[in-house]
Design a protein around this ligand. Structure first.
Ligand SMILES: Nc1ncnc2c1ncn2[C@@H]1O[C@H](COP(=O)(O)OP(=O)(O)O)[C@@H](O)[C@H]1O
Ligand SMILES: [Mg+2]
Length: 262
């Protein structure tokens, strides 16, 4: 068994990062593995997606990243699932990011925390902010793998190629060994009725092949995702028989295989 740490990265907001993070977390938790979701986004989106009350900074990941963290992780369970625990985010993460710039080993703070005070979970999912700043550098340095949701819009597609480049150069600069590979692209919010979506979706296999990155099945656009998160639930719990629930299965299968490796 190996602990897998997945950074969900994209250099744009609103592309489905938190949706992917939470739905993958739920999916894995149903396969008898323990999952920790860490909210690195100052917008603390996981509070909404997980139906949690927002809490003060000392009870969030702000504490974990603070200089004098002593190892008591702030975890709460999500959706009444014993196998999913969340370390909540907080707006002060923006200040933490600034402080990390000048701190020794600032890029490796999250990685150092996970090494010195390991979490018992099989899978750790890092829900990241949109900007490629210090928090995402920390996420990359702490990760074993990266997942990239892609919206089927022109800017998002060129942005994804830039993101791949950023992962490679940042991994080199940080001398990560091994460098966290990109597990795959996940086309998100795909609407068959939108010509542009169909057009970009058709181009994706070529783009993914050129970048040598796996392309996962698309996640459809459905208002039920929004309804589910308005109830603080993943779609699998809100509408278990919704066809979109199936669209996370292949990623989950690959992640389970990674956990079972070694
Ligand atoms: N497949 C989807 N269909 C419809 N709405 C979606 C889908 N995925 C995400 N959303 C909604 O789009 C918004 C942005 O998604 P989110 O996962 O928060 O993106 P990010 O974390 O990249 O900012 C949220 O309101 C979310 O509920
Ligand atoms: Mg988000």
């Amino acid at each position: 068994m190996a602990q897998v740490v997945i950074a969900i990265l994209a250099n744009a907001g609103g592309v489905g990062k938190s949706t992917l993070a939470t739905h993958l977390a739920y999916e894995i938790s149903q396969r008898k593995s323990k999952v920790a979701l860490l909210d690195l986004d100052p917008q603390r989106s996981l509070d909404v997606f997980c139906g949690l009350e927002s809490v003060e900074a000392p009870k969030t990941i702000v504490n974990v990243l603070s200089k004098d963290f002593k190892g008591s992780w702030n975890l709460v369970s999500a959706w009444d699932e014993a196998n999913v625990e969340v370390c909540q985010g907080h707006p002060l993460l923006a200040d933490v990011a600034n402080e990390l710039v000048t701190r020794k080993r600032g890029e490796y703070t999250l990685s150092d925390r996970l090494n010195k005070y390991p979490l018992p979970h099989d899978l750790i999912i890092l829900d990241c902010p949109a900007t490629l700043g210090m928090l995402n550098v920390n996420a990359l340095a702490a990760s074993t793998h990266v997942l990239v949701p892609i919206q089927l819009e022109m800017k998002a597609i060129s942005g994804s190629a830039e993101l791949v480049e950023w992962c490679i150069t940042t991994s080199e600069e940080l001398q990560l060994d091994p460098k966290p590979p990109i597990l795959g692209f996940v086309p998100s919010m795909y609407d068959d009725a939108v010509a542009m979506h169909r057009q970009y979706y058709n181009q994706l296999p070529d783009i993914a092949q050129q970048l040598d990155i796996k392309l996962y099945p698309k996640i459809r656009n459905s208002n039920e995702f929004k309804n589910a998160s308005a109830h603080g639930l993943p779609l699998q719990k809100y509408r278990a028989r919704h066809p979109a629930c199936m669209e996370f299965k292949q990623i989950a299968k690959d992640v389970i295989a990674l956990i079972k490796e070694k």
